[in-house]
Design a protein around this ligand. Structure first.
Ligand code: ATP
Ligand code: MG
Ligand code: FE
Length: 362
């Protein structure tokens, strides 16, 4: 079975082709990051217009990359939500038009299911059941994943997503949008514990998290440092200070994610952790989670956790995860492909709802 995947929920246009026999055979991506950078964030209208410009050439490039023709495709999977309404409409209108013209079925996909399953595209593949930490620009949640289509939300951030916290904190110290990757590079050069930031909800007896207070803590530290160094609010911070702040911020976020990951593993009894989403590219988070152990009782044995990450290029938005999620839904009979036509999008859409859809389909 050969599935074309279309991703357009935010500021990346992704088109990929997944073959259930050969694996991922094409993966084309255009990121609008540079276009939005000058505005300090994603401008929805510009995003939609750019998706429209990119969809056809990227599809042609994907077909060329795979050596396939349009007629070789069995189904068209596309991101139906959540995301920016206009951006989603560009992808879904295109997916349905293409499917209608080719007389092929379509498959609407939940963007987070795409992220969630992306580690299964790596060479080393996790086995069900596992705990998924979905840590992206818009979401930070723990899920119990028992099978394709069987997802249970265990807990999530009550305010900002971790990626959003990276981006907002970066902006505060003058880094370009999106700041996550560059902030983590500066963190590498920073001295640990020069600054100390809170670990919100670290000890709460659940899997809820909170990251919005962190940027306020960083702002306070920046203002205090500026005052001490007699700098005006427009002066840039000395490089080492900036790096130290980045380090302390990253350490705080990673500490919370690691502690909550342990809690999720203990709570479910699973010993396999899968990390997905843009912040999954963070070196410190990877380092800490790669060597994770848990202890079920205070005097119990330390148990090793198997941790899996998506390949780095598949951490952020891409078409590969959508093509793959579509192919798996069809192959494992979680969903049926539909006739092209109605192409409503779901800008707000909880993964909880797709669980219900599956139950109905079963
Ligand atoms: P969602 O999938 O929740 O709708 P999104 O698609 O915008 O959100 P992703 O594309 O998965 O999110 O990830 C983008 C986020 O990842 C941004 O917030 C970015 O700053 C962050 N990010 C990328 N690389 C790193 C890194 N190395 N360290 C920390 N954060 C990073
Ligand atoms: Mg993006
Ligand atoms: Fe995403």
């Amino acid at each position: 079975m050969i599935v074309l995947g279309i991703e357009s929920s935010c500021d990346e246009t992704g088109i990929a082709i997944y073959d259930t026999e050969k694996g991922l055979i094409a993966n084309q991506l255009h990121t609008q990051m540079a276009m939005h950078a000058e505005y300090g964030g994603v401008v929805p209208e510009l995003a939609s217009r750019d998706h429209i410009r990119r969809l056809v050439p990227l599809t042609q490039a994907a077909l060329q990359e795979s050596g396939l023709q349009y007629s070789d495709l069995d189904a068209i999977a596309y991101t139906q939500g959540p995301g920016l309404g206009g951006a989603l409409l560009a992808g879904s209108a295109y997916a349905n038009a293409l499917a209608f013209a080719l007389d092929k079925p379509v498959l609407p996909i939940h963007h987070l299911e795409g992220h969630l399953l992306s580690p299964l595209l790596a060479d080393e593949v996790p086995e069900f059941p596992f705990v998924a930490l979905l840590v992206s620009g818009g979401h930070t949640q723990f899920m119990a994943v028992r099978d394709f289509g069987d997802y249970e939300l265990l807990g999530e951030t009550v305010d900002d997503a971790a990626g959003e916290a990276f981006d907002k904190t970066g902006k505060l110290i003058g880094l370009p949008y999106p700041a996550g990757a560059i902030l983590s590079q500066y963190a590498k050069l920073g001295q640990p514990e020069t600054f100390s930031f809170p670990r919100p909800m670290l000890h709460s007896p659940d899997l809820q998290m909170s990251f919005s207070g962190l940027k306020t803590a960083v702002l306070t530290a920046v203002e205090k440092t500026r005052a001490e160094l007699n700098l005006s609010p427009t002066d840039t911070l000395p490089e080492q200070t900036r790096n130290d702040i980045c380090r302390a911020f990253q350490d705080a976020v990673v500490d919370v994610l690691v502690a909550k990951a342990k809690r999720a593993l203990l709570q479910t009894g699973f010993r396999c952790l899968v990390v997905a989403g843009g912040v999954g590219a963070n070196w410190k988070l990877r380092e800490e989670l790669a060597n994770l152990t848990v202890q079920s009782t205070p005097k119990g044995q330390l148990e090793r956790v198997q941790t899996y990450f998506p390949p780095l290029p598949l951490c952020t938005d891409n078409g590969a995860m959508i093509a793959f999620a579509g192919a798996m839904r069809l192959q494992h009979k979680v969903a049926q492909a539909q006739r092209a036509g109605a192409f409503d999008v779901k800008p707000r859409w909880s993964l909880r709802e797709i669980v219900r859809e599956n139950v109905q389909a079963a």
